[in-house]
Design a protein around this ligand. Structure first.
Ligand code: UDP
Length: 387
């Protein structure tokens, strides 16, 4: 039995790293971080391909945020480079700016537009659906059937293995529609990449004498061996924690293929989406945003799958309902044993990286408050350790 640990953290992804760092640096706690993978940084993990090109092993992570607090916290661990996240969609053999903007509409309808005529065109195309209940209705109400079928329908079918009408409006609602010529993928105020990559950032976060790290170590192997004095932060799949006792939550997974080329660049921009062709959804040449200078390049092809490591919670009503039942178990576990469930898999919610960091900072504040002297259910069993 390991009993000199204050905080046990399951998962060395962004959430686990942040909570571990805060607990060690602010509270002086001894932290043990375990991860079943052989590396840290979770799905933000980036590494050098055999060519020497830096790749994002689990799909592109385009860091962006409107939250100055999150940005300045992360800035303790990295410098940043400005980033331009630009995506095109390959439809009927042509590349269109995506998200849909004025230039997309001009190219698609073979006409010239300004914001007013663009708005008139979309107004005529849109379906009158005042309160969209699913992703299909959402897109139809924004751009109409023709653009929906060209850019969204088949991509979403591939990505989720579900019809857009069975998915929450927020799934396709993440993508803006613009009546200007802004061709950036997202609208956030800060769009930057860590200068030396995400793995370097998170490894600096974990570099603290109070933090120990065990890789290749599934949580089930330590959960009975480590009795943390303060709390546990669990960032793995919530259904796994409870042995899937209420049934398995569905997750969407991804398969990646990396192809090297002897050329500096082979794509015109970082990402190309293929809504209607191929089994893969997109090809990503991450060098466009890491801005690494290298004579070769690597393109990744992403194919969604129903099996494999859990990547995306599936935003369908029945999976949300099942999650709510697990959530109740998680709340009880927190009250009884100081186990905090935090992050995309533990909260069964899609988070962008900045949102995950924010969740982790909030979780840490909660733990700190709950474990303040006199408040912690564990305080009486270890009276010498003040937070
Ligand atoms: N989507 C689409 N066509 C595209 C890109 C996205 O229909 O060309 C839909 C799809 O359902 C996807 C959602 O919009 O899951 C959100 O897209 P985003 O690129 O934000 O997905 P992520 O990069 O987070 O996987």
């Amino acid at each position: 039995m390991l009993d000199d640990v204050d905080l046990l953290v399951c998962g060395a992804g962004p959430v686990g790293c942040v909570v571990a760092e805060r607990a060690a640096a602010v509270l002086g706690w001894t932290v043990l971080v375990v991860d079943q993978r052989a590396h840290i940084a979770g799905n933000c993990f980036d590494s050098f391909h055999r060519t020497g090109v830096l790749i994002h092993n689990y799909g592109p992570h385009y860091f962006r945020t409107n939250d100055v607090g999150v940005l300045s916290y992360l800035s303790r661990f990295t410098e940043w480079i400005p980033a331009k996240y630009e995506v095109r969609s390959s439809v009927r053999g042509r590349l269109y700016p995506f998200p849909i903007n004025l230039a997309t509409l001009e190219q698609f309808y073979g006409t010239t537009l300004d914001p007013e005529s663009g708005e008139r065109l979309l107004r005529a195309a849109r379906a009158a659906i005042p309160a969209p209940r699913n992703s299909e209705e959402f897109v139809l109400s924004r751009v109409g059937r023709e653009l929906y079928e060209a850019f969204y329908l088949n991509y979403t079918l591939k990505q989720w293995g579900s019809h857009p009408r069975d998915l929450a409006p927020q799934v396709c609602g993440r993508i803006p529609v613009r009546l200007n010529r802004d061709c950036r993928y997202v609208d956030h105020r800060y769009q930057v990449m860590p200068r030396r990559g995400f793995t370097a950032l998170f490894s600096k976060m974990l570099r603290h004498r109070k933090i120990r790290l065990l890789l290749d170590c599934p949580f089930r192997e330590v959960r009975e061996l480590v009795r943390p004095r303060r709390a546990t932060v669990y960032t793995g799949p919530v259904d796994d924690y409870f042995g899937c006792s209420l049934g398995k939550l569905p997750y969407r997974s991804l398969k990646f293929e990396f192809v090297a080329h002897r050329a500096e660049y082979v794509q015109p921009c970082v990402q190309i989406n293929y809504p209607n062709d191929f089994a893969y959804t997109r090809s990503v040449e991450i060098k466009h945003v890491t801005r690494q200078r290298h004579p070769e390049t690597v393109v990744s092809y992403e194919t969604p799958t129903a099996t494999g490591e859990p990547f995306y919670p599936v935003p369908r009503p029945e999976s949300s309902a099942l999650y709510q039942r697990y959530r109740q178990l998680a709340d009880e576990e927190r009250a009884r044993r100081n186990v905090y469930f935090c992050g995309r898999l533990a909260q069964y919610r899609y988070f962008n990286t900045d949102e995950a960091i924010k969740e982790a900072l909030t979780c840490f504040q909660q733990i700190r408050q709950d474990c303040a002297p006199g408040r912690s259910p564990f305080a009486s069993s270890s009276p010498t350790r003040a937070a």
